[in-house]
Design a protein around this ligand. Structure first.
Ligand code: FES
Length: 114
């Protein structure tokens, strides 16, 4: 059976911003985040492909000032929101690990990989 985790309401994420989540997976805490753009949402593991740090520098701050890209606060890499590909900084061409999410009655649900 596919395992799922309820993350929370999509409406709790301000439009154009990201939100951090922590889940338990095999007794380990895993950091995740979801970026909302209107009714669309994009989720990734909170792990920069450059040096493996979380991307946010505090709380739910994941975005560049213009909110057009995801920003890694450690060394300034920027990533596309829609596919997680790094487009500037020290890891150009690498990408964030995407999450498999679905929306059910306004609630974001994470579908774990088998
Ligand atoms: S750890 Fe993200 S840019 Fe270096």
């Amino acid at each position: 059976m596919t395992e799922e985790t309820v993350l929370g309401l999509l409406a709790d994420i301000p439009d154009g911003e990201g939100k951090e989540y922590t889940i338990e997976n095999d007794d380990e805490e895993v950091g995740l985040f979801v970026v909302r753009q209107g009714t669309a949402f994009y989720g990734y593991v909170n792990y920069c492909p450059h040096a493996g740090t979380p991307l946010n520098w505090e709380g739910d701050r994941f975005m560049t000032l213009d909110k057009k890209h995801i920003l890694c606060a450690t060394h300034g890499a920027t990533f596309n929101i829609h596919d997680g590909v790094c487009i500037s900084g020290p890891c150009v061409g690498d990408w964030l690990a995407p999450l498999n999410l679905r929306l059910e009655d306004g609630v974001l649900v994470l579908i774990h990989p088998d």
